[in-house]
Design a protein around this ligand. Structure first.
Ligand SMILES: [Zn+2]
Length: 236
């Protein structure tokens, strides 16, 4: 009897797993591709990062904060104009791990939509990739994103907030280069450490034989292919 229950549970587990995947923290280990992602901008480092990416002919993904875009729409527009991928990091960078109120999922939806709509107004792009602040990735995050045709993207490696030297930081990023990697960095603050090695880091990724592509390309995601509810909506 117990064996049957286990088999039924196993069946449902496999059935759930087989459904469309709604979150990612790395890409295929076979594709020969790597993605660079920048969070919390547009900010003080954005312009310099754009210059390096242009010089290296690389397209990245920028997970923007609605509150930053509202204050600096031109900065967001410059990222879009340079051909980079525009993605959503919510409006106000709320830490949902610490958010205990009962309206958590509603709040997450509001943050997602508020951020997404401001980003869309500034860039003309409706972002369908979302990264919740601090990599929040509980089932309610996936559900909130799915309701609005968004896919949750985390990362495989990032350490640019740690109190280590630029050399140590560069070393850690370098050691984390692998097939399908999604690297996380930040463009809100000056981020002198990352700026000191970003150009070399891009060269190192290329020397290892990997192509650097936006996250949606790494994961082969297309907005209309994923969900069927029609994009960002107004909650009112
Ligand atoms: Zn962030």
């Amino acid at each position: 009897m117990k064996k049957n229950i286990v088999l039924v549970l196993l069946f449902f587990a496999v059935a759930c797993f087989a459904q469309i995947k709604t979150f990612y923290s790395n890409g295929s280990e076979n594709a020969g591709k790597v993605a660079l992602t920048f969070d919390d901008g547009p900010g003080k480092a954005t312009q310099k990062i754009l210059e390096i990416l242009k010089e290296k002919n690389v397209k990245a993904s920028f997970f923007m904060l609605g509150v930053r875009v509202r204050r600096n729409p031109a900065g967001a527009k410059a990222v879009a104009a340079a051909g980079h991928e525009i993605a959503n990091h919510t409006y106000g960078h709320i830490n949902f791990y610490a958010y205990k109120d009962k309206d958590k999922i509603d709040k997450m939806e509001k943050e997602l939509l508020r951020g997404g709509n401001i980003i869309k107004a500034a860039t003309g792009v409706e972002p369908f990739l979302v990264r919740f602040p601090y990599g929040y990735l509980n089932p309610d995050a996936v559900e909130a994103a799915k309701r609005h045709d968004c896919c949750v993207i985390n990362w495989s490696f990032g350490c640019d907030w740690k109190k280590i030297t630029a050399g140590e930081m560069h070393d850690k990023y370098k050691k984390a280069i692998k097939n399908g990697a999604i690297f996380l960095m930040h463009d809100l603050h000056e981020n002198k450490k990352v700026l000191s090695f970003l150009s070399d880091f891009i060269d190192e990724i290329k020397q290892m034989g990997y192509e650097i592509v936006p996250v949606s390309e790494l994961l082969n995601l297309k907005q209309d292919r994923y969900f069927d509810s029609g994009g960002l909506k107004n909650l009112e």
